[in-house]
Design a protein around this ligand. Structure first.
Ligand code: GLN
Length: 486
């Protein structure tokens, strides 16, 4: 097996046993990255020298092999919306084309403290708004299973990079599905933690009450290990929660018999692709075969989730994105006779069409006279959705659904129709509205070789149980993967 094809945990074992060095591993990943990147286009920036210097540093550190450095020498990628000190962080936007953060996000810092080697920053939909990575101001990332298709979004670069073996794992962010949906589309594992489990400090805000950073890994074990490294209380994020972080990676093996898995009637939406439906039905039968009890239930407010999300998220975005005015950092329009001309030229030149659409929707929903009708109403729906889940979790331990209603679609297929794009999120957004932890695990490949993801959602802060059932499912499913198209 080639070094880049190793899982994170396999690579870690080899490093620990000194069969390979961090520099060797880093070179192998960089070579792979260079080989496939012209086709995949997963990265907005790569810094090979920085990565190799860092790997050499890790090789020279004896302490690296002690427990305190669980990711020592592991090459990882980070979505370009998470700050990296001294390393450009663009959010996929022209407005931040030259932004070099003077500090690391807490998640970045934690990866570095765990010994990780950062190879690059990954492409994304501008400010994480999108489901295909086509809204990036810079480039289109392609799905490694079919280069004519999208990798999902908005963390499409992270999903594609992990699938194409350009990194051994990656960080993404999920506001309405942006970790899980690209993970599903790229045939890898992605976990959105409970809101508050991972610090948002240094994550450039899209919709602050929904955003969470989370891991994308080649398998469940890798994902668990990455979550372990980034989770935890952070005094710099007042919404992070002060609870101990379990050793997720040590929770994986274990019995799942008797666990109850719910499937909601509302999940059979119009637009659910028959192959996805069949794959998820097979997955539910497999869970039964593993000794889980599968129950049908109802999450009655699910049909309103998309509408509520596309009020709440743009409302928060319109406020968060007010800071990009060309004054202190980022792009500034060169012309503009007055300050207010400068603001408006900067924003009209700096933001792409989807970001502008969201700012307009959000500003409208928050404006006097419409606030009650839209924003306040959406918040009420949000509470009802949350209550649906709380009720359901009285009866079941997990809720299963497709991650996305279709397999990865063709590049350009939905770019003209924002609503069609928003509908990619039907299964993922309710979970962000409720703040629950949720994971996408590959459950099938279509006859054309496209991956399909199963989404499993758990109770608040029960990531360890979620990872356990996902791991058991992954073992039982033992998917045969078709060859990558890169
Ligand atoms: N696709 C959704 C949106 O466009 C979710 C994005 C995300 O999770 N960042 O808002």
């Amino acid at each position: 097996m080639k070094l880049h094809e190793l899982t994170l945990c396999q690579a870690r074992e080899k490093l620990r046993r000194k069969e390979i060095s961090a520099v060797e591993l880093c070179r192998a990943i960089l070579a792979r990255l260079e080989e496939v990147e012209p086709r995949v286009q997963a990265f907005l920036s790569v810094d090979p020298d920085r990565a190799l210097r860092r790997a050499a540093e890790i090789d020279s550190e004896e302490v690296a092999w002690k427990d305190g450095r669980p990711l020592a020498g592991i090459p990882l990628a980070i979505k370009d919306v998470i700050c990296t000190r001294g390393w450009r962080t663009t959010c996929g936007s022209k407005i931040l084309y030259n932004f070099v953060p003077p500090y690391d996000a807490t998640a970045t810092r934690k990866l570095l403290e765990a010994g990780a080697v950062l190879v690059g920053k990954t492409n994304m939909d501008e400010f994480a708004m999108g489901s295909s990575t086509e809204n990036s101001a810079y480039q289109i990332t392609r799905n490694p299973w079919d280069l004519d298709r999208v990798p999902g979004g908005s963390s499409g670069g992270s999903g594609a990079a992990v699938a194409a073996h350009q990194a051994l794992g990656a960080l993404g962010t999920d506001t309405g599905g942006s970790i899980r949906q690209p993970a599903a589309f790229c045939g890898v594992v992605g976990l959105k933690p409970t809101y508050g489990r991972v610090s948002r400090y240094g994550l450039v805000a899209f919709a602050s009450s929904l955003d969470q950073i989370g891991p994308i890994g080649k398998d469940v074990r890798d994902t668990a290990l990455l979550l372990e490294a980034i989770a935890g209380f952070d005094p710099q994020d007042s919404t992070s929660v002060n609870r101990p972080v379990p050793r997720y990676s040590q929770w994986l093996e274990g019995d799942v018999r008797g666990m109850k898995v719910g499937f909601a009637r509302e999940f059979f939406v119009e637009g659910l692709d028959p192959e996805v439906r069949a794959a998820v039905e097979r997955a539910l039968r497999l869970l039964e075969g593993m000794g889980c009890e599968v129950l049908e239930l109802s999450l009655p407010h699910t049909p309103y989730a998309i509408a509520a999300y596309y009020i709440v998220a743009p409302a928060e975005a319109s406020s968060n994105l007010a800071r990009y005015d060309g004054v202190k950092y980022g792009y500034r329009a060169p012309e503009g006779a007055t300050l207010s001309d400068m603001y408006s030229l900067t924003r009209s030149q700096g933001f792409g069409p989807e970001v502008k659409r969201r700012i307009m929707i959000g500003t409208y929903a928050l404006s006097a006279g419409y606030y009650d009708a839209y924003y306040l109403k959406a918040l009420k729906v949000r509470t009802l959705i949350k209550q649906d889940y709380l009720d359901a979790f009285q009866r079941v331990d997990f809720i299963a659904s497709p991650t996305a209603p279709t397999p990865p679609f063709k590049i350009g297929e939905k770019t003209e129709d924002p609503l069609a794009m928003y509908l990619c999120d039907v299964y993922t957004v309710p979970i962000n509205l409720a703040g629950l932890p949720s994971i996408s695990v590959p459950c099938a490949f279509t006859p054309e070789g496209l991956p399909i993801g199963l989404q499993l959602t758990g109770r608040y802060f029960e990531e360890e149980r979620l990872l356990r059932i996902a791991y058991a499912f992954e073992q039982a499913a033992n998917l045969q993967r078709p060859p990558l198209k890169v």
